[in-house]
Design a protein. Structure first.
Length: 518
């Protein structure tokens, strides 16, 4: 591909100078400089909490910086609201889409800026303009489709079209690939390359090193609110970027550590049907087994029944049909407490809702599931000493930083909260650990740690069911991989016998279901 049209002699498309934004107790952005050239993809890379979203919210007029200035083509800009940003040619695709579900794609795109013909909105012309833009940039959408019926990928394309319709020259994308399959990600990159050729400037936010190296012309790394580096892609490596992000050397080898000792089946599921909140089938006629000493990973794009499957196994949702057995015992109708007593450890997808009580201390959280029995309690009496001792032991073993047994769980950082949940769930030596998105939102160091503990659990003879949207994580940890698509298993492969390509295809339903290899 021809090199992008970089750095004409004029001023950059966009400049951020010395942006500082403070929140109570934290400097989210500390004197950050960033510039964006015409026809450039500039990646903004950093761990969770590094300040990426804050900086972009400043640029989009959602936050007012405490210090610093913003220039567009050399002209200072005062942003009172996103309206000013849009007027200055800045468009943003948020991490969480901001479309109106009951309206069509075209209506969403032209909303608040409808072409008028007399007093009525001219929808015909809106449809036409949207179709034009859509074919020009290869952003395939159906203008007449209602957003609530559109896939995540289509909604994202609608968001991009919305910005282009408003003539954005600068496009900000905040973690756009988090919700996409590998193929959808490639399609998005093709679109972004086209926009770059067209002379737009793109700020691409991500914490995925491989993607950043694939797409970006230049890379800026933030760490703890500060800009630690800006560099061209040439010469940057995953290792060097990771080190800049984290501030120390990180091992990224991600070597597979296959199991050596597979035992009896621990979890056996047959003919399972589970409905979602609306009563629609989410899991259909599903069969899965997980054996002792094995990590089975369920891969797939969010929303294909994974959440309902995990809820059914852990007693949070009643199956419509089928059987779930743990070590031979039927638990299809078990309550969450009974499932736990039967030997399930659950690292939940939403650690704030189902994992920890943030107002409780670390010690209280550690015993929350078994405060009704020894050694923590006898005959209705709690033994605070035992609670505190256990908490202290787990804090040490799981390297939970930033608190003592008496500290409120809510005062810990996200990564340390997750370590605490892992500690509590694995300490009971459950027969089966269900880890749902266990590393989402964690920084690189904490991810490494959680992965090691899951493997240790397996090597001690435990069964592990991992549910993850991150293909890298699946490929690193799984002894067996199941791809879930529309409530069914679309593909099964041994952990070392799967290609990214076929997994990605199965994740989008483009691969016909086939029987598991013998
Ligand atoms: P990133 O997008 O890189 O993950 P953020 O910009 O979201 O990081 O956050 C940077 C820091 O600012 C974090 O410590 C975060 O907790 C804090 N922060 C972000 N938004 C707010 C807010 N609205 N109020 C208070 N603190 C915030
Ligand atoms: Mg963010």
């Amino acid at each position: 591909m021809a090199p992008p049209n970089v750095s004409p002699s004029g001023p950059p498309l966009l400049e951020l100078r010395g942006i500082t934004k403070r929140f109570p107790g934290v400097v989210a952005n500390d004197g950050i400089d960033l510039d964006l050239r015409v026809g450039e993809v500039h990646a903004l890379l950093g761990e969770n909490g590094a300040g990426k979203s804050t900086l972009m919210n400043v640029l989009y007029g959602l936050y007012h910086p405490d210090e610093g200035s913003i220039l567009v083509r050399g002209e200072p800009l005062r942003l009172r609201s996103p309206r000013d940003a849009i007027e200055a040619g800045i468009g943003m695709v948020h991490q969480h889409f901001q479309l109106i579900p009951v309206l069509t794609v075209a209506e969403n795109i032209v909303l608040a800026e409808e072409p008028h013909r007399g007093p009525l909105m001219d929808l015909r012309s809106a449809d036409r303009q949207v179709a034009e833009l859509s074919s020009r940039y290869g952003l395939t959408v159906d203008p007449r489709q209602r957003v609530e019926e559109a896939s995540v990928g289509q909604q994202q394309r609608a968001e991009i079209l919305k910005a282009l319709y408003r003539q954005a020259e600068v496009l900000i994308l905040d973690e756009p690939t988090a919700v996409l399959s590998p193929q959808e990600t490639e399609e998005l990159f093709t679109v972004l390359r086209g926009l770059r050729e067209d002379g737009r400037g793109i700020i691409f936010i991500s914490h995925k090193l491989t993607e950043v190296l694939e797409l970006a012309d230049r890379i800026t790394v933030l760490r703890r609110g500060r800009r630690v580096a800006t560099m061209p892609r040439e010469g940057a490596t995953r290792e060097s970027l990771a080190e800049l992000m984290v501030g120390r050397h990180v091992d990224l080898s991600g070597t597979r550590r296959p199991t050596r000792n597979i035992g009896r089946p621990v979890l056996e599921i047959a003919g399972l049907d589970v409905d979602d909140d609306r009563g629609l089938p989410a899991v259909r006629d599903l069969a899965v087994s997980v054996r002792a000493g094995e990590v089975v990973a369920v891969a797939g794009v969010d929303g294909n029944g994974q959440t309902e499957l995990v809820q059914a196994i852990t007693g949070l949702r009643r199956p419509a049909a089928g059987r779930i057995a743990l070590a031979g015992r039927d638990i299809s109708r078990a309550s969450p407490r009974q499932a736990l007593r039967a030997g399930i450890g659950h690292i939940p997808e939403d650690r704030h809702r189902h994992g920890l009580v943030l107002e409780f201390s670390i010690a209280e959280n550690v015993v929350i599931e078994d405060h009704f029995g020894p050694p923590v309690a006898t005959g209705g009496w709690m033994h605070p000493r035992a609670m505190v001792d256990r908490a202290a032991r787990l804090i040490k073993a799981f390297d939970v930083r930033g608190g003592s047994p008496e500290t409120q769980a809510g005062a810990l950082s996200g990564g340390n909260q997750q370590k605490l949940v892992c500690a509590r769930e694995m300490d009971r030596s459950p027969a089966l650990v269900i880890a749902a998105q266990p590393t989402r939102g964690l920084d690189i160091g904490a991810v490494e740690f959680v992965h090691d503990r899951l493997i240790a659990q397996r090597d001690a003879g435990g069964a592990v069911l991992l549910v993850s949207f991150e293909l890298d994580e699946v490929l690193e940890l799984a002894d067996r991989i199941l791809v879930m698509y529309e409530g069914r298993i679309a593909l099964e492969r041994p952990g070392d016998g799967a290609t990214r390509e076929e997994l990605g295809l199965a994740m989008t339903g483009s691969l016909a279901a086939e029987p598991a290899p013998a």
